[in-house]
Design a protein around this ligand. Structure first.
Ligand code: XBP
Ligand code: MG
Length: 248
């Protein structure tokens, strides 16, 4: 199966966003008068739960289950998350979120070669849009034919829902695509939808288990279409059957 489309994850793949997310959570906790604080170590641990709202509910269940059990418990979580999203977007607009190495160059090469591009992310569409118009302003936002964000999938990664939704919109089978992800949850979601996956790990996900990924790279610097086609050619058929080719 030839490679027809590349599906990019957002947080930790297109851009180094998680530090800005972490700080936005902490600013929000302070604003709400909560004695909660997520230091780097704790945030690495909490990233095992995909989705900011889900992560907040998970943490609240741990540190203040009574607050979550109150009739407005989930409404409180949604309010926290809405404020955190605004704070995060402001930080992106202020240029605090760097694009990851090799991303812009690879996307340009893929566009020139006519490879279709899509996004499959857990984060909200508003967060994707602010990234596309600031951090990733060097590439046309319209280059992503399909953008699947948190609103499109109730079950977050590692559930395959968001990848299945993107494949449906693209009208392509999983093995005609290649996903680029940074986390264990992302690898699980892509493989669960039958999409071969390449990992670019980062500071936040360096301890993740990437079993099932076709390759694990430090980033996309120097990676071109030929590399993706090479890995894709090696993977598509076995992925359908077993999925484990190159484990770290
Ligand atoms: C990773 C996530 C996100 C972010 C926070 O998303 O788990 O939840 O940490 O963003 P991706 P929200 O699939 O792009 O790697 O608070 O907007 O959920
Ligand atoms: Mg990610």
């Amino acid at each position: 199966m030839t490679l027809k489309a590349v599906i990019f994850d957002v947080d930790g793949t297109l851009a180094d966003t998680e530090e800005a997310h972490r700080q936005a959570f902490n600013v929000t906790f302070k604003e709400f008068g909560l004695a909660w604080y997520w230091d780097v170590e704790r945030y690495v641990e909490l990233l095992a739960v995909a989705g900011g709202k889900e992560r907040l509910a998970h943490y609240c269940r741990r540190v203040d289950p009574a607050r979550l059990a109150e009739p407005d418990g989930m409404a409180f979580i949604a309010k926290l998350h809405a404020r955190k999203t605004r704070v995060y977007e402001r930080r992106v607009e202020m240029g605090e979120v760097p694009v990851r190495p090799g991303v812009v160059r690879l996307i340009r090469e893929l566009l020139e070669a006519g490879v279709r591009l899509a996004i499959a992310t857990t984060t909200s569409r508003a967060n994707v849009d602010v990234l596309l118009t600031t951090t990733l302003a060097d590439i046309p936002a319209s280059c992503f034919e399909v953008i699947g964000a948190g609103e499109q999938a109730t079950a977050k990664k590692p559930a395959p829902d968001i990848y299945r939704w993107v494949l449906d919109q693209l009208g392509l089978p999983g093995d005609a695509c290649l996903a680029i992800e940074d986390s264990k949850n992302g690898v699980g979601a892509a493989l669960g939808a039958g999409v071969p996956v390449l990992v670019t790990e980062n500071f936040w996900t360096g301890r993740d288990d990437f079993t099932g990924a076709m390759a694990v790279l430090p980033d996309l610097a120097g990676i071109g279409l030929a590399h993706l086609e090479h890995w894709h050619a090696q993977t598509s058929a076995p992925i359908a059957a077993h999925g484990v080719l190159l484990a770290r």
